[in-house]
Design a protein around this ligand. Sequence first.
Ligand code: XMP
Length: 514
Amino acid sequence: MNKELVIVIDFGGQYNQLVARRVRECNVYCEIYSYKTDLDKIKAMNPRGIILTGGPDSCYAEGAATCSAELFSMGIPVLGLCYGAQMMMFVLGGKVEKAPVREYGKTEVMVDTGSPLFYNVSPATICWMSHNDYISETAPGFEIIAHTADCPVAAVQDQERELYAIQFHPEVLHTSEGSRMLHNFVRGICGCSGNWRMDSFVKESVDAIRRKVGNGKVLCALSGGVDSSVAAVLLSRAVGSQLTCVFVDHGLLRKNEGDEVEAVFGPDGNYDLNFIRVNAQKRFYEKLQGVEEPERKRKIIGEEFIRVFEEEAKKIGSVDFLVQGTIYPDVVESGLGGESAVIKSHHNVGGLPECVDFKEIIEPLRSLFKDEVRKVGLELGIPEYLVYRQPFPGPGLGIRIIGEVTAEKVKIVQDADAIYREEIANAGLDRSINQYFAALTNMRSVGVMGDERTYDYAIALRAVSTVDFMTAESAQIPYEVLQKVTSRIINEVGHVNRVLYDVTSKPPGTIEFE
Ligand code: XMP
């Protein structure tokens, strides 16, 4: 595809992935690179525009993240945001200082709607400010195109050189017309036509996979989660039965999930591929017998998974390609793309490449954000309930059962969780809460049922609102819904006589219990 690329240069700010997502919402393809990336490399990518992100430094401080003045004279439109704006001014001869008044939060900004950056934006518009420094003098050649009560330079432009800088954050939703501003930059100023669409992504990926795979054999570890499902269907669309998907049922899946995955991908399902389901429940339970320590449980489940997969792969013999459902945030967060290097600790398929005899890895979703993966899934005709499935950890219910895992406890937590999910869906909350599940505490307590004393388990319900799963708030579920879930769990699930709702945020809690 003749990709119209916009590059986001990352200075370490917290919203940087969001900038790229918003650009892609304008149907313009966009990639994130660290500010340390060589300028020649950036030039060679021939971007239609460059966006400089926010960052934690002060641009005048020693050792601050910076860029060369040459970036601004390549004839490529540049938009600086927050720190990026200050740095553009600083590097080009303006002045940046500690602000007399620190601006933080929603702020009314007066904009010059004659600027192409603010085309169709209201003259007074609410924007999200977050800065300690401010631009006290613009660089030569620039004119001021926005201000606030406390900030004389909220945006500047040099239309001739196609350089723009704004002090606030258009990428966050609190900036009510921020998407319009980014649209004005990438579609208007950079002149991108907006050819980044999921239907063309599917077509081009299928063609590219076919060219790459030829007559080769492809192996995929299918978990039933969104990423591996979409990757598998894309491969199936491209090479059909040259693809074999191995689905390991470790007995720690949600209720009926194994059968659901089989119904979609198995022989009676919709796709042309070889499907192997390995019913390894017993093996996993045996390995987990008597083990209480969370990290040991995680390790055992991960290692056993690899062992089971290895055995299956051996039966298939040598393959040419191994499919992985890596997505763009994994790439950025593992430090390969941007500056914000958060190393992920959860890698479910980390050990797979070593245990399989293959020539090359295929990562068809490597350039996509999660919401784009979902759009591709819908484009491919994957059922909605699978496409919108909430995240589910690789070790599954193993880390939602505190203490020793047994088949009996798995059944309890599966049944309670199924009721919880059903009632959340009945209340119409299933798309608005980012993750919710039941966990089985290791606590038993006294209760009374009928005339009988009981001594049974407590189920804990968890529900969180989060953007990135790094931090999270406990979701405010209506009390009536919680009561209904509680009464159904107590009545319908054996060995449970108490239901607790977890209101801990992350931090200090984590989302999962182990
Ligand atoms: P925590 O519990 O760390 O969870 O707050 C953050 C997010 O990551 C998911 N999670 C995992 N995902 N393998 C995964 O693929 C894992 O081992 C794992 N542990 C936690 C969790 O469900 C939440 O979405």
